[in-house]
Design a protein around this ligand. Sequence first.
Ligand SMILES: Nc1ncnc2c1ncn2[C@@H]1O[C@H](COP(=O)(O)OP(=O)(O)OP(=O)(O)O)[C@@H](O)[C@H]1O
Ligand code: SF4
Ligand SMILES: [Mg+2]
Length: 305
Amino acid sequence: MMKSNNLLEVKNIVYAYGQVTAVDGVSFALVDKDSLGLVGESGSGKSTLGRCIAGLLKPQRGRILYRGHVINGQLHKEIQLVFQDSFAALNPRMKVGSLVEEGLIINRNGNKEERRRKVREVLQTVGIDPELISRFPHQLSGGQRQRVALARTLILNPRLLILDEPVSSLDVTTGMRLLSLLRDLKFKHNLAYIFISHDLAVVRQICRRVAVMYAGKIVELGDVEAVFSRPAHFYTKLLLEAHPIPDPEQRKVIEIRGEAVDLLSPPSGCRFHPRCLAADQRCRRVPPPFIKVADNHKAACHKAL
Ligand SMILES: Nc1ncnc2c1ncn2[C@@H]1O[C@H](COP(=O)(O)OP(=O)(O)OP(=O)(O)O)[C@@H](O)[C@H]1O
Ligand code: SF4
Ligand SMILES: [Mg+2]
């Protein structure tokens, strides 16, 4: 078998909730320390994809490889997920110290003394005063809770963090501070990121590459600068028109004209055709292949070239 340099490889995965196919044949790869933004409107399958990679959901088809090993449906210590809403993700009856320590206990890592020291260290790393160690989640601000959620993952020395809208529940200033922490952590700890966001400006700040999802598929993938300055897919063009890039102070949810796709019976051919001003007969009949439009830049559109 050829050895690849990829940290993560996602090969043609499909995940359906009953009749609803939320992720429908998604493939991409990630090298070590890379950062990939995942954008697309609500319901396009971003979180489902993130949960599949984190091992919380098991794809019905396709393969997810981490360092060359298939990990479908398995949790991996080095892959950690941070949710948008850590209030829901943090056990309300546990104190900060125990919340952060939990992963170490589960992984039988160190004795009590060592664990305590690590908890303090990691809390400092994420900018939480270790004095807060005996607070409960409801006694923290939204920003502090996100930092505690981050500390819970960092204590396990992850290599890949999946950040699912990590700042969208926060006010602008708190969100910016957390983003700047995330940027620092990435370099200090050599992390790779999959960064799910509605916010194109934030993706541009944090990520090297970006994948645009539409109705369960990746429709465009490439370096952030290339995709944002020379979008090839008509959906990406529309996204960028709706969000002329971007004043980072401005937070908007991605919403563009036309009706959301009914995933129970997705449109034939190109799924975007009912909303695409350039659609023709072929678009309505033939699913567009994912083709190279430039170096490190691909799109699934008949008219991308
Ligand atoms: N637990 C579930 N049961 C049934 N359907 C679900 C479930 N979770 C998500 N879905 C459906 O799967 C599709 C993809 O949802 P997903 O949450 O992955 O999208 P998303 O891109 O993360 O959206 P958002 O931007 O709103 O977070 C949607 O149609 C959604 O309704
Ligand atoms: S394949 Fe056709 S319908 Fe789809 S985005 Fe391209 S031009 Fe529009
Ligand atoms: Mg989501």
